[in-house]
Write a protein of this length. Structure first.
Length: 152
């Protein structure tokens, strides 16, 4: 079998950041890397789950909602995939920062976290998600569309 694109990235050089990992016509897949690969501590499952709920809710309610294809975690627990259609790199980065700022300041019930709405409704960590979002926002403070390509 052919090796898929995400396994062709040299994970020994990837640092936390926002990277364009794949382009399929008008669909862009961004690698939102919170943690340097293979360098613990990795994101906790409850933190990942809460970030997923809050980020997805925020972007699907934004002005760019029609261009949101998917937001979800990486199995390695180092970050997330953000898939968009027809949204510029600049806007995708700005939207990512806005969603993380939303998470950083969020209080209240986690959207979609009731038993009827979620397959693992008991595993959430709002405080951990807020802390992770705040830390990642610091790491990407000056990030822009010229920085989205992996440096090899």
């Amino acid at each position: 079998m052919e090796k898929i694109a995400s396994f062709k990235v040299d994970h020994t050089i990837v640092l936390p950041g926002i990277y364009l990992s794949r382009v399929d016509k008008d669909i862009n897949t961004y690698d939102i890397r919170f943690v340097k690969p293979n360098t613990p501590p990795f994101l906790d499952y409850a933190v990942i789950h809460t970030i997923e709920h809050l980020f997805a809710t925020y972007v699907r309610n934004s002005a760019f909602s029609e261009g949101i294809v998917y937001f979800g975690p990486m199995g390695c627990r180092t970050g997330f995939y953000f898939i968009t259609r027809g949204i510029s790199h600049k806007d995708a980065i700005s939207l990512t920062k806005d969603a993380l700022a939303f998470i950083k300041g969020y209080s209240g019930e986690i959207p979609g976290s009731a038993e009827k709405e979620c397959g693992n409704y008991l595993e959430h960590d709002l405080e951990g998600a807020k802390k992770a979002a705040a830390g990642f926002l610091e790491k990407i403070k000056g990030w822009d569309e010229t920085m989205i390509y992996y440096k090899e």
